[in-house]
Design a protein around this ligand. Structure first.
Ligand code: ASN
Length: 337
């Protein structure tokens, strides 16, 4: 019997059509898909059911309530299908993949996000291959993780970041090699795949704790930082330089961070670099951030750090508990230093 895959079509370029103001998401994707892809009936392609969301989004419009909806829809069907595909825009796919990885605790099935850089309606497109790869992986790979399948690689979702606005290889996971490579054969690197958690499957929806991200830049002013850190902010991902360094020469900036941390704002430092980790003790300019109460996010992406903060606050943890948990590997989102 063929495996059964549930496909959620949320929008994104993959299903877009041209309009006067540029590409827009369009309903009726299943019919267009069947027409464009006669191979869908091939014996190697799983059976699938496609669910089209009522409001199809350019993923630039995705919000945490959309993540909650997608997670709840997968959770409701977790036991009934062999795997899941989420068709999604590329702009915020790394955020949704990271969010789903935290929300779907004890996941037992593959959840594969994909999309494309060129819509299916164009004669030259990457939609066809990405979609077929995602369907086949969801039905057959046996990887019980939230992943991104794109341009011939399968990446752990919460390690993924969008690295190209125009190229077809839009995603990389710079701190973790791919879980699988799709060449002539599909090569799965089983040693990189996480075993399912010992916990039973459970949905962990996000609440409304306010979390945000801010990229440091030379000349950042303390009053700007103070406004960003003002109530009701619960957590901030501070994208710092290199190994987790900041403008330690500016006592007002350090005071703004120290005061916010003392009020209970959790400030997680990640690196602006694509590769490597934020370790706050490497330079004095990083130790000063630690002294101001910030925690090093190690080699997490900014996307993973932001959604992990949202997840931990939704679990009802105190600021001290969130600071401790943020450094723990919960879903394969970080490597121990
Ligand atoms: N703006 C599009 C989106 O994120 C980009 C894409 O999917 N390639 O929905």
């Amino acid at each position: 019997m063929k495996p059964r895959v549930w496909v959620a079509y949320t929008g994104g370029t993959i299903g877009m059509v041209p309009s006067a103001s540029g590409y827009v998401p369009a309903p009726g994707f299943l019919a267009r898909l069947r027409q464009a892809l006669p191979q869908l009936d091939a014996p190697t392609v799983p059976d699938f059911e496609l669910y089209e969301y009522a409001e199809l989004l350019d993923s630039a419009n995705m919000r945490p309530d959309d993540w909650n909806r997608i997670a709840a829809d997968i959770a409701a069907r977790h036991d009934a299908y062999d795997g899941f595909v989420v068709l999604h825009g590329t702009d915020t796919m790394a955020y949704t993949a990271s969010a789903l990885s935290f929300m779907l605790e004890g996941l037992r099935k593959p959840v594969i996000l994909t999309g494309s850089q060129i819509p299916l309606c164009e004669p030259r497109n990457d939609a066809r291959d990405n979609l077929l790869d995602a369907l086949i992986l969801a039905g057959h790979c046996g990887i019980a993780e939230v992943c991104v399948a794109f341009n011939g690689v399968l990446l752990r979702g919460n390690r993924t970041t969008k690295v190209k606005a125009e190229g077809l290889g839009a995603f990389e996971s710079p701190n973790l090699p791919p879980l699988a490579e799709l060449g002539i054969d599909i090569r799965i690197h089983r040693e990189r795949v996480r075993a399912p958690a010992a916990l039973p499957f459970r949905l962990r929806p996000f609440g409304d704790a306010e979390v945000a991200a801010l990229r440091l830049f030379p000349g950042i002013r303390a009053d700007f930082l103070r406004r960003a850190l003002a109530e009701p902010l619960a957590g901030l991902v501070l994208e710092a330089y290199g190994a987790g360094n900041g403008p330690a020469r500016d006592p007002d900036v350090l005071a703004a961070l120290t005061q916010a941390s003392a009020r209970g704002v959790v400030i997680v430092v990640v690196t602006q670099c694509l590769e490597g980790r934020a370790e706050l003790g490497t330079y004095a300019a990083g130790s000063a951030l630690a002294a101001a109460g910030c925690v090093g996010g190690q080699d997490m992406t900014a996307e993973a750090a932001l959604t992990k903060l949202a997840y931990l606050f939704a679990e009802g943890l105190s600021a001290a508990e969130v600071r401790a948990a943020i450094r723990c590997d919960l879903r394969g989102e970080l490597s121990a230093g």
